[in-house]
Design a protein around this ligand. Sequence first.
Ligand SMILES: [Zn+2]
Length: 488
Amino acid sequence: MNGRRTLTSLWTTVFGCTVAFTSMNLPTESASATSARSAAKQSREATFKKAQVLREEGVALLDDQQFEQAKAKFEEALALHADSDGLNSDLHQRMAEVCLDTESYQEGVKQCELALQFNPSSWVTMHALSRLYAELGDLDQAMSWAQKGQQVAEQPEDRLYVRTSIQGDVAKKCEPLLKKGEFTKAQQLLTQAKSFDPSDSAAWVHACLAGTYLRQGDPGKAMIENQIALKMQANNTMALMNAAECFAYLGQFSEALTWAKKALEEDLDPGERESVQNLIDEMKPILAAPALNDPKAPDYLQSTAAPVEGSVCPWPPDKMPLKVFIEPASAVPGYRDSFRQVLLDSLEAWAKASGGRVSYELCSDPKQANITCRWVSSPEELECTDAGHAQGFTVCPWQADKSGRAFVTGPATIRLLTRPLPGRQVLTDSQIKVVCLHEVGHRLGISPHSPLVTDIMGYNSLLDTPDPKLTARDTNTLIRLYTNTQNK
Ligand SMILES: [Zn+2]
């Protein structure tokens, strides 16, 4: 309990808890000493009462969201130097509250530190520090103070309040990280935030965490976290959207559709609604022809997912090895030397997967090239209709021969964007690898998209797959494309 230093016994309420001021047994003293002591006592009591009044006025102003006026009252009260740790701690705590509301977070931290000097075990102050550090973007500190706060809070509802608050803060701060593609950082913070389970925000933490796994192409792990989220909150919008995507990633499109519809019944923001609707639209051609889009089939050569213009056709055998010209790009903004190696690795990966059916050689004369690879720095230069959403684009003329079989006639161009997509901060080598593998796949004649986004030729590219590789279905599709031709 606070306020030991006053001489008389009085009760007062300092931020919600009743504080006892105990009397002390003092030795007998002279009349003049007694009188001086009594005057000092009265003066201290008067100061305390004055500070109390100012504090109450400040609290009323704070409740009324008159932050500057409230701050002035608290400052005035603090300047009185009332002899009460409880009151002074509360005043600094209130100042921190003002700082939180007025976005003066650094100043708020200072006020909390002062409050803790008067009352080192206040969970309210620790909670305020946690909120302030969260706003400052230091989630490690925020979680550390929340941890301390919930350790000292005595009431279960106070502990729940601290946990709910920190989990809400972490989820809120991780959502933009997810959008920016900073999955490793988000994953680490959200995994740490799980230690505050259970709370009223825990579903968001698990749903966000599921989102990080999903974006990186791991629907299995995503599903586990997402089921925890849905168990905690059956109508959590992020978890509902995740569920739809998880099932789509796993090739369970009917289930995916069911969850997407459930998500649409909730209050989604326009961007979320659009992405759920996109998913439904993307699944329509897949659901319309389940036999051609069997996710368990060894290949996807006849898939109807995200149909593209053109025909499913290979290069004729007499064009092998394909002559590939890679345009010099050192002057293209955003280009890095590593991009060239990633592109070469991608060509090599497909050639190897073809088991000798596809071969290529680099050439230095663009006029001789069957395939030209061009690095561009603006979405418009991709010359595709989906500019702004696409990281690469490829065009290729084709023709049917006399027997009606389609063949690529070339020359073909692959255009690759050197800049991150809107909203993204960086374009990593592994993201460029996903794009290169996908576009080279198209240029070798795989025009259908796989109904599984976990395949390199998926109807949506999982840009953030940590170690992008051709899947068995990618390989099988290429082999069947070239085997069919040679067998005919
Ligand atoms: Zn594509």
